[in-house]
Write a protein that binds this ligand. Structure first.
Ligand code: GAP
Length: 454
């Protein structure tokens, strides 16, 4: 559907594509932009104490040393010696656990979580061997040892290719916020607690990249770092969990389709962390992470840069390095979530005729187009009236104009891209100044004055 209707295309498709990289088409780009805008407004416009920035993708290489990404941003991997296929160890074990009875599978996952938390690679290998887990390609259990694999992409800056010039494509947008913490705080005269939000591209050399736009090598994040007084982080962590869940529910998605998942293995920077998971067609999976990142990042940047990154809290007369609560949602995953929720195949057959439609029940605020303006015929002055309505509405919201095909076909095309309202201009419009408005979800129609369409 995404390809057929111009939402998402495989990158470089005419060259057989590039693994786990995707392009957004004409409707996908609008949908993605609307989600981004909604997030941006809810973070910045709706909060006195959150501002947004736009940091560069390239950053000084020491940033990634300080953040721990050079040393720690890796996944334990294992290769099958016969097929040469490489697996993320957790994915291999999770896949195997799914083939077991629920109780046995859960016990296995618990064992895996404990071994991952302890970075016990020999133990993980043993677990794979003991359970005789097989490679899906070769069907054998002939495994290498478990090894770490760094996920950052690197490139060179400047003309001389030596180590000093290596720069990384950022694997998260968060660090652009941390290194600008004092710039924003001072120039914006921000008082703690306050937040800095940012949206932008991130890059990870994911080994097992699958699941369409769920796990990509180039993707977009929407992150917010909220700086708080040390000791208050637990309270803010809970508050942000609640606030973010409310945001999700405001998209009109049923609460049954969401759940929180607390992390067992905490990232190197966190003292508490959870995911908001959505019930995708392939099961519950993470869309957003909420992390209590302590003062880890600012402390590290202070140490590696040699620049003071403390804040003077006038209320308690103290200098300190703030603690941070982070909310981090993948924009592409949010697109996939919204599409999964909205997509519906409906059988509309009656005794007289077979009929069906595919409809995207997108929230109107996120739909690529809000209104389709459809003159019934290409003549009799109907297109002129339709064009006038377009001119009236298009400065305010995205409108679609179409005069080809039967009205039924045009409605179906609008259903498939999620346009909530279609307005048809017909001969009666010329007589009494009314139009037919058709509602996407119920497919009901009514006549309203042309002048009230906007
Ligand atoms: N700054 C914290 C951070 O980056 P993360 O849990 O690694 O945390 C946050 O990523 C969010 O970014 C995830 O919840 C997910 O929605 C999205 N994300 C991460 N890796 C992704 C990938 N390879 N493709 C698409 N989205 C991804």
């Amino acid at each position: 559907h995404c390809k057929e209707y111009g939402f998402i295309f495989q990158s470089s498709e005419i060259y057989d594509g590039l693994g786990a990289v995707y392009d957004y088409g004409q409707y996908g780009a609008e949908l993605k932009r609307n989600i981004r805008e909604y997030w941006w407004r809810s973070m910045t416009q709706m909060h006195d104490n959150i501002v947004g920035i736009d940091a560069a993708i390239f950053m000084h290489p020491t940033v990634w040393k300080a953040s721990g990404h050079v040393d720690n941003f890796s996944d334990p991997m294992i290769d099958n010696k016969d097929s040469k296929k490489r697996y993320r160890v957790d994915h291999l074990i999770e896949g195997f656990a799914e083939t077991l009875e629920k109780e046995k599978g859960d016990a296995l996952l618990q064992q895996m979580d404990a071994l991952l938390a302890a970075n016990d690679f020999a133990g993980l290998k043993q677990l794979i061997d003991d359970n005789k887990m097989k490679c899906a390609v070769s069907g054998t259990c002939n495994w290498t040892d478990v090894r770490q694999f760094n996920l950052m992409f690197s490139t060179e800056m400047g003309s001389v290719a030596d180590d000093a010039n290596v720069v990384y494509l950022r694997p998260e947008t968060a660090q652009g916020i941390f290194v600008n913490f004092l710039n924003v705080q001072k120039s914006g005269r921000m008082k703690i607690p306050f937040g800095i939000a940012q949206t932008g591209k991130a890059f990870r050399n994911e080994i097992v990249a699958r699941g369409f736009i769920f796990r990509m090598r180039e993707f977009e994040q929407m992150e917010m770092q909220f700086f708080v007084r040390p000791g208050t982080q637990k309270e803010w962590y809970e508050k942000w969990k609640e606030t973010r869940m409310k945001w999700h529910l405001s998209l009109g998605i049923s609460p049954d389709h969401y759940r929180f998942h607390d992390h067992v293995k905490l990232a190197h920077y966190a003292d508490a962390a959870c995911d908001i998971e959505y019930d995708f067609p392939m099961g519950f999976k993470e869309v957003e992470g909420i992390h209590s990142r302590t003062d880890f990042d600012l402390k590290q940047h202070q140490q590696f840069s040699g620049k003071k990154l403390t804040y003077f809290d006038t209320e308690i007369n103290q200098h300190y390095i703030p603690y941070v609560i982070e909310t981090s949602i993948g924009l592409d995953r949010a697109v996939m979530m919204i599409l999964s929720e909205a997509y519906e195949e409906q059988d509309l057959s009656t005794a007289e005729k077979q009929d069906s439609r595919v409809v995207l029940k997108l929230p109107a605020m996120l739909a690529p187009f809000k209104l389709a303006v459809l003159p019934l015929l290409k003549k009799d002055g109907l297109p002129e009236i339709a064009r006038e309505l377009m001119d009236q509405c298009r400065p305010h919201f995205r409108c679609f104009y179409e005069e080809k095909d039967t009205i039924g076909k045009r409605y179906r095309r609008m259903d498939a891209i999620g346009t909530p309202f279609c307005v048809t201009i017909d001969h009666q419009t010329k007589e009494d100044g009314t139009v037919t408005i058709r509602y996407r979800d119920e497919m009901t129609q009514e006549r309203i004055p042309l002048s009230s369409v906007k």
